[in-house]
Design a binder for this molecule. Structure first.
Ligand SMILES: [Fe+2]
Length: 223
C-alpha cells in the first residue's frame, strides 16, 4: 500500500484483539474520508491471542499497515505463555515483521515512543519527552502514537511542553511552527483519529456515535 502524504490518514490504536471494534473503527474512518489507515500498535492482546488470526485478516483485507506494540512483542516472545502458544506461524510471522516506526516525511507513527527497541513500546511518553524535544535527533513535526488510551495533544514549542486534553468528536487546527506528539486514543475506548495533512488538522473520532464527529462538510480538495 502506498501512502499518499497529502490525503487524509486514518489512525487506529490499541484495538487489543477486539475485532468488532476494529471493524467499526475502519468503517468510521472510511466514512470520514480516510484515504489510508495505519494501526499504531497493540493490534492484538497477548491475553486474547485466539482473536489474532481474524485481526490480521481484517488488517490485510483493508490494506492497513501497522506498527508493533508491546502486545505484539509479547505475542512473539512469550513462548511460555499458554495464550500465545497456539497462534499460527502466519500470524507470528506477520507480527514479527511489524516495524516500530513508520514515517511519512515529517509525520511519524509509532506505538509509544519512536525508538527501535521493545521497551519504547511499553514506557509512558513522558519519560521520552526530554529526548524528543531534540529535533535534530528526532526530526518529526508530528508524532502520532497510541498506548495511552485517552487522546491528547502535546505541543513542543520554544523548548516548552504543553499538554492539551482532547475529546472525541473534536476537530483541532495545528500550527506549522509547532511540533506535536498526538495520542490518538484507544479503539477499545471508542476513539480513533483522522489527520488532514493539507488542512493541518486532526479530528478525534467517536467510533461509538459517529454523529458526534465534527465533520461538517465533505473533505473537498482531497479527491
Ligand atoms: Fe500498549
Amino acid at each position: 500500500m502506498n501512502i499518499t502524504p497529502d490525503k487524509p490518514i486514518g489512525l487506529i490504536a490499541d484495538s487489543h484483539g477486539k475485532n468488532d471494534l476494529l471493524v467499526r473503527s475502519i468503517r468510521a474512518l472510511k466514512d470520514a474520508g480516510a484515504h489510508t489507515i495505519l494501526h499504531l500498535g497493540d493490534i492484538c492482546d497477548s491475553l486474547e491471542a485466539h482473536t489474532a488470526e481474524d485481526t490480521v485478516k481484517i488488517l490485510e483485507e483493508n490494506s492497513i499497515r501497522g506498527v508493533s506494540g508491546n502486545n505484539e512483542y509479547s505475542m512473539v516472545t512469550e513462548h511460555h505463555n499458554k495464550h500465545v502458544q497456539n497462534i499460527s506461524d502466519d500470524v507470528r510471522n506477520y507480527l514479527k515483521q511489524l516495524p516500530y516506526i513508520i514515517s511519512i516525511g515529517p509525520f511519524w507513527f509509532t506505538h509509544s515512543a519512536p525508538l527501535n527497541w521493545p521497551a519504547a513500546t511499553r514506557r509512558p511518553i513522558a519519560e521520552y519527552l526530554p529526548l524528543l524535544m531534540n529535533k535534530e535527533a528526532f526530526p518529526f513535526e508530528i508524532l502520532f502514537r497510541g498506548h495511552s488510551h485517552q487522546p491528547s495533544i502535546i505541543k513542543i514549542h520554544n523548548n516548552r511542553i504543553n499538554e492539551i486534553p482532547a475529546q472525541a468528536g473534536e476537530r483541532l487546527e495545528l500550527y506549522r511552527n509547532t511540533r506535536y506528539v498526538i495520542t490518538v486514543g484507544a479503539v477499545e475506548k471508542y476513539f480513533a483519529a483522522l489527520f488532514l495533512p493539507v488542512d493541518y488538522e486532526v479530528i478525534f473520532l467517536n467510533i461509538d456515535d459517529p454523529s458526534k464527529n465534527h465533520i461538517t462538510s465533505p473533505l473537498e480538495g482531497y479527491y
